[in-house]
Design a protein around this ligand. Structure first.
Ligand code: PLP
Length: 382
């Protein structure tokens, strides 16, 4: 380009998911990199979408989403957590959680505002903060247990802190925040004007009897929180890009100011289908045991490999430490695994502060059992 152009995001490159996904296809590798299932979403849901389209729900949906879906979400939240979100003023349907997260950041972050982010972190937070002139204050979690040191967080809170972003269950670590974590966070934020963005897209993928500690359960958190969810993660259809954001009315009002000029509204026929589908709780309540079986299968198959691991307690990701195998930088090792062993994973340094390398790769186990078996055979031979 001959026109001098000063990029707003000079450090942003093509995401790791695109890079690895392309290589995985090129080398015909078993792909456990990006977080999506290799099995189909339910036929019942596909049929509901077809019916919805045939019935003519093919024009713009209302800006905040169709009311019946917001009502069904409100009911679901009430049934699960015993808290009430008003469908009229506190729930907005979005184009996946990514758009919800972007919109919440866009609505709140101004130049020089500080946002505390825990690393490793999902990769869409920081570019959005940058775009609006904010500053990411990254806290690197220790790779052994990924525990948050709340005293450290307290020290980093300043007059400029505008928002804290949490993610539970956590991608990529597979750890979950405990009740005690949420109480500590509540204690820190009480009597401050700091906002909370709580990314809870894996709300229904939580193992070993752990309970999801949504920010909605903690009054001092809920009053300042945008909480984001993803239907794609819950119903095995990440390609449909539908999700939602719940937040108190004042915050939702600001959220919608951005939303209406960003996407205005999102996929109408699928909203109608989801309204019916989420009315049956088994469609999401069985998800934890479904994925726990996959986690257990995968881990039992690789237990004699040279990879080391702590079983994931949530999400459909499993971290594997390869330090007994090689000293290589995780990025290089992940590329070599694709090219030489035909298996794709994500090096977690890409989610870390300053690309800190801990010799750990992330594997997605949202795959057919036969895919997991093939992957395990490869991993055991490394
Ligand atoms: C932690 C986290 N947040 C948000 C998203 C984005 O969700 P969606 O596909 O609904 O935009 C993902 C997807 O991988 C994720 O892992």
């Amino acid at each position: 380009m001959n026109i001098p152009f000063n990029s707003k995001l000079p450090n942003v490159k093509t995401t790791i998911f695109t890079v690895i996904g392309k290589l995985a296809t090129e080398y015909n590798a078993i792909n456990l990199s990006q977080g999506f299932p290799d099995f189909n979403t339910s036929k019942e849901l596909i049929d509901l979408v077809n019916i919805s389209m045939l019935k003519g729900n093919n024009q713009y949906a209302p800006m905040p989403g169709i009311y019946s879906l917001r009502q069904a979400i409100s009911q679901k939240i009430e049934n699960l957590y015993g808290v009430t979100y008003n469908p009229e003023t506190e729930i907005t349907i979005t184009a996946g959680a990514t758009q919800a997260i972007f919109t919440a950041i866009a609505a709140c972050i101004k130049k020089d505002d500080e946002v505390i982010v825990f690393k490793p972190a999902y990769d869409c937070y920081e570019p959005a903060i940058d775009l609006f002139g904010g500053k990411t204050i990254a806290i690197q979690l220790d790779p052994e247990g990924f525990k948050i040191d709340w005293q450290k967080v307290k020290k980093l809170i300043s007059a400029k802190t505008k928002m804290i972003i949490i993610n539970t269950p956590h991608n990529p670590s597979g750890r979950v925040l405990s009740y005690d974590d949420m109480i500590q966070l509540e204690g820190l934020l009480k009597n401050t004007n700091i906002l909370l963005l709580s990314d809870e897209v894996y709300e229904h993928i939580i193992f070993d009897g752990e309970k999801h500690q949504t920010a909605a359960l903690f009054p001092e958190l809920a009053e300042r929180a945008f909480i984001t969810f993803s239907f794609g993660k819950t119903f095995h259809n990440t390609g449909w890009k539908l999700g939602y954001c719940i937040a108190p009315a004042e915050l939702t009002k600001e959220f919608r100011k951005v939303h209406q000029y960003n996407v205005f509204s999102v996929n109408h026929p699928i909203q109608v289908a989801l309204t019916n589908y989420i009315k049956s709780p088994h469609n999401y309540l069985e998800l934890s045991s479904f994925y726990q079986d996959k986690r257990d299968l995968f881990l039992s198959l690789i237990k004699n490999s040279r990879f080391e691991f702590l079983p994931s307690t949530g999400t459909y990701f499993q971290l594997l430490n390869y330090s007994k195998i090689t000293e290589e930088y995780d990025y290089d090792f992940s590329l070599r695994l694709i090219k030489e062993k035909k298996i794709a994973s994500i090096p977690i340094s890409v989610f870390n502060k300053n690309n800190y390398d801990t010799k750990v790769l992330r594997f997605c186990f949202a795959k057919k059992n036969e895919t997991l078996k093939k992957a395990a055979d490869v991993l055991c031979a490394i």
